[in-house]
Design a protein around this ligand. Sequence first.
Ligand code: ZN
Length: 141
Amino acid sequence: MDGTEYRIKRTWMLRMSHGEDLLAEAGKIALHKGISMAVFSIIGAVSCASFGYYDQKERRYAKISRDGDYEIISCYGNVSLKEDRPMAHAHILFGDEEGSTFGGHLMSPTRIFAAELFLQELDGLQLIRKHDNTTGLFLWE
Ligand code: ZN
């Protein structure tokens, strides 16, 4: 894989809306700002957590949801196009009141208590997600 070189266009630091869904809000921000390619990170706290583990044999996500208040210790993701719409894909690590961590592929519902987004729009060859027969996932072409 040679990869493609990208340049950073615009950069945002913004507070995400209390009570909104974390993944949906990331996608909404990209859509409203006209972003089709970006990398982002988020720190903050949530009042419920949902994440997935991809079962490679079954080719589907097992979804895990936990009610409760958790820290977003780390969340890293990207934005690219899937079916002509910006799609946010992120992985997240949560922390609980005992300092234990858990996480995976970010899913909904994950309710924002408070969250700070750092997002960098990228300039270069557009990344488009298409279904990949080898993995069953929507991967970059
Ligand atoms: Zn994932």
